[in-house]
Design a protein. Structure first.
Length: 433
């Protein structure tokens, strides 16, 4: 039977379509996840990324310390030797990481928490950038997510930061200042592991995955307790700032007594600024109730004030000289007010959620917020404690255990009351026409 001219063309087109159908899945599998013709991006070596990001974090925090030391020495017309500035600045940088110094005036271990906060932030960002450079967020070839890339990034940052701490301890150690090189290395390694590891796991979405698996009660309690603790610390900072402002003339006289000139005064003010978070924690402990100590002879609390020998520091000009009287006791209600605000926010957040919260989960979260806030304030009190030399000043800072216990009780009571009252009020408002 003769064929028409169209038949060969139709058969050829059919065979071509069958070949394309077979090739298409193979081509899609080979180019999935990237544009055709482009090779996958090469990741940076882990040790290189960790070294670069950690060194940059150290430079960002070490340079301001050296500048402050240079300003404090600028009063000397002959100028301080460069090596002396490096050694004193290195000692201050170690102190910001809770590395104790044994000096001629006694042990020094009170960390400038303002500089410590900057160091935590920069090492955290080093963890984020290191994890991003090695692709810690990407899934493994099998399609499952693995925490090991972020863990390796945190470990490398800890090793590099620990080596930096040991090297800086060698530089800081000289006649009159004794620093444990091994202790500094391990302290810096732990610092880098915690701060850098947090940044690496946040970048890898591990924290979000963990938070998603926690019960809603624990998530709400953690958030509410953290809010209450931050509000109490903020109230402490505001009260301390107000007290220093009222005693501004005394603080200015203390600065003038140093006879450091303009540059030295700037350096002294910046140095005091590094210790503002410490003073905020002391003031928060005063508002909570237990108070704080400045050496063996000075005890400051709302019920008792015992003044002894104090160092000439402008930040101490606003210390109260008598127990709280008159309108001052009203300030002691600020921690309870902070707890009420945190409970109010918890109830409103629960109402705005899609599923809402029943009475039992809501009150459970409010009750658990107290231990969370107490733990955070206790840790802050420990961080703001230390020694500033011999002669009765070996113990300086809040009474951490008492602060944590009293804050736990106050926040628990305040959040439970505010949460219950807010939920009832919102339900009544919604039910009214």
């Amino acid at each position: 039977m003769p064929t028409t001219p169209e038949e060969p063309d139709e058969r050829a087109q059919t065979r071509l379509a069958e070949r394309e159908t077979v090739r298409l899945p193979i081509q899609r599998r080979s180019t999935r996840g990237r544009p055709p013709g482009r090779r996958p991006a090469r990741r940076a070596p882990l040790i290189l990324a960790a070294t670069v990001t950690t060194l940059w974090a150290a430079v960002v925090t070490l340079v301001p310390t050296l500048v402050v030391v240079w300003l404090l020495h600028a009063v000397d017309s002959s100028g301080a030797p460069l090596m002396q500035i490096l050694r004193v600045g290195a000692a201050g940088w170690l102190l910001a990481h809770w590395v104790a110094l044994d000096t001629g005036i006694g042990p020094l271990s009170l960390a400038p928490l303002g500089l410590t906060a900057v160091a935590v932030w920069r090492v955290y960002r080093a963890g984020v950038h290191t994890a991003r450079a090695v692709g810690a967020r990407a899934r493994q070839p099998g399609g499952a997510w693995s925490p090991w890339p972020a863990a390796r990034a945190a470990g490398c940052i800890a090793v590099v930061y620990g080596l930096l701490g040991a090297i800086v301890a060698i530089v800081a150690g000289h006649k009159g200042v004794d620093v444990s090189v091994v202790g500094a290395g391990f302290t810096f390694a732990g610092f880098g592991l915690l701060a850098g590891g947090l940044g690496a796991f946040v970048e890898a979405r591990a924290i979000a995955r963990l938070a998603g698996r926690l019960p809603g009660v624990l998530r709400d309690a953690t958030r509410t307790g953290a809010v209450a603790a931050l509000l109490i610390l903020g109230a402490g900072a505001a009260v301390a700032g107000m007290a220093i402002a009222v005693s501004a003339s005394d603080a200015g006289q203390i600065i003038d007594d140093y006879h450091t000139g303009v540059a030295g005064q700037v350096g002294l003010v910046v140095l005091c600024g590094f210790y503002i978070p410490d003073v905020a924690a002391w003031s928060a402990s005063y508002l909570v109730g237990p108070g704080f100590n400045i050496g063996a002879e000075t005890t400051i609390s709302a019920a008792e004030v015992s003044m002894g020998r104090l160092p000439a520091v402008p930040l101490l000009a606003g210390l109260p000289s008598t127990p709280a009287t008159g309108w001052a006791p009203l300030l002691l209600g600020l921690p309870l007010a902070a707890a009420l605000v945190a409970g109010w926010l918890l109830a409103r957040r629960s109402l705005r959620s899609d599923t809402g919260r029943g009475w039992l989960p809501l009150l459970g979260a409010a009750a658990l917020a107290g231990p969370v806030a107490g733990l955070l304030l206790g840790l802050m009190s420990v961080a703001a404690s230390g020694s500033v030399g011999a002669g009765g000043l070996e113990v300086v800072g809040p009474r951490a255990g008492e602060v944590a216990f009293v804050a736990m009780l106050m926040v628990t009571i305040g959040t439970v009351l505010a949460t219950a009252a807010t939920k009832i009020a919102l339900r009544v408002r919604q039910g009214s026409p």
